[in-house]
Ligand binder design. Structure first.
Ligand SMILES: [Ca+2]
Length: 428
């Protein structure tokens, strides 16, 4: 079942009444006239076929009667036949909407109180309450972890996800929960890496010298793209495509430098009246890449080119040799890690927010790297590198102005930290 709700810009004090009218109109169109939604945001709640599904219809039908008269029919992409029916509905405008809203609000609050265990039903109810009432503490608290940019949201076997959409192109973002992990490589992994690089390239005793193992706490959950930013998404936001391997828009965007990535971030934030989109910190990146594992790869102590797009003739950790593709692969071509994130290892290396610098060996909380530097971190290894450089702990960096066909990025977004009462909330 699909419930159609208008995105109401709850946090930004946007035009609630306009969105309310639009939600009502869309519901009438969808439920009564059988048309498909055109402009509203769709929230899908497959489990939601409870008595509650009748309620938004009734509410919005009544709200619609009262408010459709002032809605701009031209904003709806309806056929002329449907438009005629809308006109008929609009003529049935009735008074007394206030009383209907109060009663509806009362019922919604009752539903919210009884649905606390069902997060997504609660979110839907909370959105209705906020839409009608404007400010309701309980409803706002339920909504405190819901990003304003989310056009769709749901939960699957990997956890909570939300989609951000620009000009018809979407990026699925996954909620990465807070946690503690060991950043860097073990002494055994370092030893093997030094031996491996000597046989595959040349002796490089310092190849892992910057992978000092230390405990990192990620104190706040965050959103992270389930894939590298695609060329399609880049073009939707920026209007051009700088990539070398441009035959498939689902390949990751490359030949974007660190500064270009920040122009993209500024634009996508602007489009969604958000300040939340950003690059991941280096620590967030490795935490998400590992997805709870402590091995060289999230797939284990080794991996093949069937799992990771690297220079397949040079695997790390004793894996079989595989093909050298010599280019990027479209995102989500290869298996995801345990948290549903694709191509963290290999394909394009991914810019992180941090300046490059040495780690300490002590435990740290939410590290963001040095305050200044000369190079920016990029992580994950690339289609043209040996497998050793696709390890979770492997670090790389370059000047922020470097553009090349092996360098891209992955969108991250800060999660909501506080509820309506100012106290810290866990989003999910
Ligand atoms: Ca990658």
């Amino acid at each position: 079942m699909t419930i159609i709700m208008s995105e109401s810009r709850i946090y930004n004090g946007g035009s609630r009444s306009r969105h309310q009218r639009m939600a009502a109109m869309q519901l009438i169109l969808h439920l009564q006239l059988g048309s498909e939604p055109s402009r509203s945001v769709c929230w899908r709640f497959d489990r939601l076929f409870t008595p509650f599904c009748v309620l938004p219809f009734l509410i919005c039908l009544f709200v619609g009667f009262a408010q459709c008269a002032s809605a701009e029919a031209t904003t709806l992409e309806a056929s002329s036949a449907v438009a005629t029916k809308i006109t008929a509905i609009m003529k049935k405008q009735e008074d007394g909407i206030k009383g209907i809203n109060d009663e509806a609000l009362k019922q919604l609050k009752k539903l919210l109180a009884s649905n606390k265990k069902d997060k997504y039903t609660s979110i839907l109810i909370a959105k209705s309450i906020v839409r009608i009432d404007g400010k309701d503490k309980d409803a706002l608290d339920v909504l405190s972890g819901v990003p304003t940019w989310a056009g769709e949201m749901g939960k699957d076997s990997f956890g909570v996800w939300a989609k951000v959409t620009v000009n018809g192109q979407s990026q699925k973002m996954r909620w990465i929960q807070a946690g503690v992990f060991l950043m860097g490589s073990t002494s055994a992994e370092k030893e093997l890496a030094i031996k491996t690089i000597a046989t595959q390239a040349r002796p490089m005793p310092d190849v892992v010298a910057d992978e000092t193992e230390h405990q990192v706490t990620i104190s706040q959950g965050f959103w992270l793209g389930d894939s590298e930013c695609t060329q399609a998404m880049w073009r939707a936001v920026m209007g051009a495509n700088p990539s070398k391997f441009y035959d498939d828009p689902q390949r990751p965007v490359e030949r974007v430098d660190w500064n270009d990535a920040h122009v993209f971030l500024g634009k996508i934030n602007g489009l969604h009246q958000s300040s939340e989109f950003r690059l991941p910190s280096e620590a967030e990146w490795e935490y998400a890449c590992r997805a709870g594992t402590t091995t060289a790869y999230s797939f284990g102590a080794t991996c093949t080119a069937a799992e990771v797009n690297f220079k397949g003739g040079y695997p790390f950790g004793g894996a079989e040799k595989g093909p050298d593709r010599g280019m990027t692969v479209p995102v989500k071509s290869l298996p995801p890690n345990a948290w549903g994130l694709y191509e963290m290892h290999g394909n394009v290396s991914e810019w992180c927010a941090d300046w490059y610098g040495a780690y300490g060996s002590g435990a740290v909380v939410d590290p963001i790297g040095p305050t200044q530097g000369t190079k920016r971190v990029h992580r994950g290894g690339t289609w043209r590198d040996l497998g050793i450089f696709s390890r979770a702990a492997s670090r790389n960096s370059w000047e922020s102005t470097l553009r090349d066909s092996y360098l891209g990025f992955r969108l991250a977004a800060t999660g909501s930290k506080t509820g309506s009462d100012g106290t810290e909330k866990s989003a999910f």
